[in-house]
Design a protein around this ligand. Structure first.
Ligand code: GDP
Ligand code: MG
Length: 380
């Protein structure tokens, strides 16, 4: 029988260990890149890592390495080469010529995943805008074929004019999309104001830590959760009542390292939800060795976003995935490093195995009650 399933594209990953960087760190980035590749439907065949002080200006990796990669691509019929860092337009063009396969970078991959996951017109418009903004400074790559025909003659020929025309069209498109987003944003503002004064709680955190799973448990709803990066793109809001105090709980898009900045800017609705929240639940996946790093990424983004600190409950999730000794050790280290500095509002849970969830509910109740009582002093 002939399989009708689409053939998985074969990918190789390429990353650098830069000056002042540990190998473990580079490995972790590449693991994450592999996870991103898998999420977008590609199968990773091999990972290439090179130690270099700075990326090579022409080919990202060195000359010997790019030839080694070229050989591998040819022998194994690789469909695409994915680079862990953003490439310059000239690098893309050079590497495309040498490897003769699709060239992507981390931003491309994230944008691609976002595009395939966007469901609402709001999310679709935001992704489209981010894609055009990403494309604009890299337009030259689309004209490699043209330049090849012309033998690379002249920088001011018709090729250049064509690029200028394209730039103009894309700039117009970007303006149009921005206007469309403002309109949708205004609708959203109206929707949010209809929610009245209810206490608002937002789940934040790195991608794939269990935010949607916790959302489902607390609100007994059915938000899409799966072991993929960015399973959900749109923010979801549900009403939750704990011990007769009602509040609105929002599930947000997760953060990730090296998120294309076009996406940060355009994912306003997630950021708005976070900004307007009264309480944050910051979820961390303690089973990941790099969870400290993940915490920093999320925290930095939040700090950029918020003028003042918000009451935050730290949730250390997936404790079922680590053994007891390691968990105790982790807690010890956490207390030493930063837990004592932030606050005492933290809880270790397993969302899937339903461990310590009552503790989380109790903490949420305490936080929401304070705000609720302040806001509705005459009730009861
Ligand atoms: P989100 O990206 O933060 O919304 O994460 P999801 O809620 O989609 O969860 C990502 C994956 O982690 C899913 O496969 C969940 O089943 C899994 N997961 C969530 N919580 C736990 C947990 O406590 N323990 C384990 N082992 N897996 C979990
Ligand atoms: Mg989610």
């Amino acid at each position: 029988m002939i399989s009708t399933a689409p053939k998985k594209e074969k990918a190789i990953l390429i990353g650098l260990i830069l000056k002042n960087q540990l190998k473990e760190e580079a490995d972790e980035y590449l693991d994450e890149l592999q996870f991103l590749a898998l999420t977008s439907g590609a199968h990773t065949t091999k990972v290439f890592i090179q130690k270099m002080d700075t990326p090579h200006p022409a080919t990202f990796v060195g000359k010997g390495k790019i030839n080694e990669i070229k050989q591998f691509v040819k022998e194994n019929e690789i469909d695409m080469a994915i680079f862990d860092d953003d490439l310059e337009a000239t690098q893309i063009r050079n590497i495309e010529r040498i490897l003769e396969c699709k060239i992507l970078d981390r931003s491309n991959l994230i944008l691609d995943i976002f595009a395939s996951r966007a469901r609402t017109s709001h999310a679709k418009t935001q992704v489209e805008l981010a894609q055009y903004q990403y494309l604009l400074p890299r337009l030259t790559r689309m004209w490699t074929h043209l330049e090849r025909q012309k033998g690379g003659i002249g920088m001011r020929g018709p090729g250049e004019t064509q690029i200028e025309t394209d730039r103009r069209i894309i700039k117009q498109k970007i303006n149009l999309l921005k206007k469309k987003l403002i309109k949708i944003d205004n609708q959203k503002i109206a929707q949010r104001s209809n929610r009245g004064n209810m206490v608002r709680v937002a789940l934040v955190g790195y991608t794939n830590v269990g935010k949607s799973t916790i959302m489902n448990i607390l609100s007994k709803s059915d938000v899409f959760a799966e072991n993929k990066l960015f399973a959900t793109l749109d923010t979801t809001v549900r009403k939750v009542v704990i011990n007769s105090i009602p509040f609105l709980l929002t599930d947000t898009v997760g953060f990730i390292r090296k998120l294309p900045h076009q996406l940060i800017e355009s994912f306003k609705s997630t950021l708005d939800e976070v900004r307007e929240a009264d309480v944050l639940i910051h979820v961390v996946d303690v089973s990941q060795t790099s969870f400290n790093d993940h915490y920093d990424v999320v925290n930095e983004t939040l700090n950029d976003l918020l003028q003042t600190e918000k009451p935050t409950i730290m949730v250390f999730n997936k404790i079922d995935k680590i053994n007891k000794n390691k968990l105790d050790l982790n807690i010890e280290q956490l207390k030493k490093s930063w837990l004592s500095k932030i606050n005492n509002k933290h809880v270790f849970i397993s969302a899937t195995n339903k461990l310590n969830l009552d503790q989380l509910r109790e903490m949420l109740h305490i936080e929401t009650k304070i705000i609720h009582k302040n806001r509705f002093p005459y009730n009861r």
